[in-house]
Design a protein around this ligand. Sequence first.
Ligand SMILES: *[C@@H]1O[C@H](CO)[C@@H](O)[C@H](O)[C@H]1NC(C)=O
Ligand SMILES: *[C@@H]1O[C@H](CO)[C@@H](O)[C@H](O)[C@H]1NC(C)=O
Ligand SMILES: *[C@@H]1O[C@H](CO)[C@@H](O)[C@H](O)[C@H]1NC(C)=O
Ligand SMILES: *[C@@H]1O[C@H](CO)[C@@H](O)[C@H](O)[C@H]1NC(C)=O
Ligand SMILES: *[C@@H]1O[C@H](CO)[C@@H](O)[C@H](O)[C@H]1NC(C)=O
Length: 212
Amino acid sequence: MLCPWRTADLGLLLILTIFSVAVYTSLSVVIDTNTVLHCPRTLTRALLTTWEVILRDKPSCKKAYRSDTNEMKETNCTDDRITWASRPSQNPDLQIAPVAIAHDGYYRCVMATPDGNLNHEYHLQVLVPPEATLFLSRNRTAVCKAVAGKPAAQISWSPEGDDCVTEQEHWGNDTLTVQSTCSWEVPDVTNVTCSVSHLTGNRSLFIELLPG
Ligand SMILES: *[C@@H]1O[C@H](CO)[C@@H](O)[C@H](O)[C@H]1NC(C)=O
Ligand SMILES: *[C@@H]1O[C@H](CO)[C@@H](O)[C@H](O)[C@H]1NC(C)=O
Ligand SMILES: *[C@@H]1O[C@H](CO)[C@@H](O)[C@H](O)[C@H]1NC(C)=O
Ligand SMILES: *[C@@H]1O[C@H](CO)[C@@H](O)[C@H](O)[C@H]1NC(C)=O
Ligand SMILES: *[C@@H]1O[C@H](CO)[C@@H](O)[C@H](O)[C@H]1NC(C)=O
């Protein structure tokens, strides 16, 4: 038979197990736009709302709000593009405005309520649209480039080339350039289309080949 304090312990353990709820979201956001990350919606008011920001190559930082004393705590996030979306007494969401490549990382909202903790964690991937260009390097050879995109763009040709080479060039800022060079031997191919596919949108460019 269990003694009373042991039963109470088990009850507490059960409550903690049930009321610690975590949600995970993967999010892609285009550079230079604004984004809002949401905290979990709670039935009871959160006593403490904490945002933890974990960016690559940087120490993590925290922003916290305590509702009973209406106090900001542990505010050691120095990036002034990362702010509360509104007054935290009204709305605990986090705003990033504008989004930069350096904001790639993890963001976790922890809400401590009398009933337990609620977490919402985001993995934020910042997207950079590449700039697409198409030109002839020789009469029957075309070069299609997707410059400084993040992540890498995909390049495809219509009609398909007889001889194609694809190269990638990495930039220090996490973007990369993809270049595809193709030639067409068959003389009746006169007009070729390069399609650049990217998470931020697709583009098609066409160019006329010259007679060989
Ligand atoms: C913020 O504070 C935490 C500990 O409270 C520390 O580990 C972290 O390095 C600090 N971050 C910055 C950016 O100073
Ligand atoms: C990344 O670096 C390349 C090469 O220096 C530059 O052209 C591009 O604008 C940079 N992109 C961003 C988003 O900083
Ligand atoms: C080349 O192809 C594109 C796309 O199919 C078309 O819009 C364009 O008119 C064509 N140009 C020529 C010169 O045939
Ligand atoms: C872009 O192209 C890819 C493959 O070429 C396709 O899967 C995707 O749906 C396209 N996206 C848009 C927004 O059209
Ligand atoms: C390339 O095209 C130009 C213009 O049509 C022509 O004068 C030249 O002979 C061509 N070059 C080759 C190597 O076929």
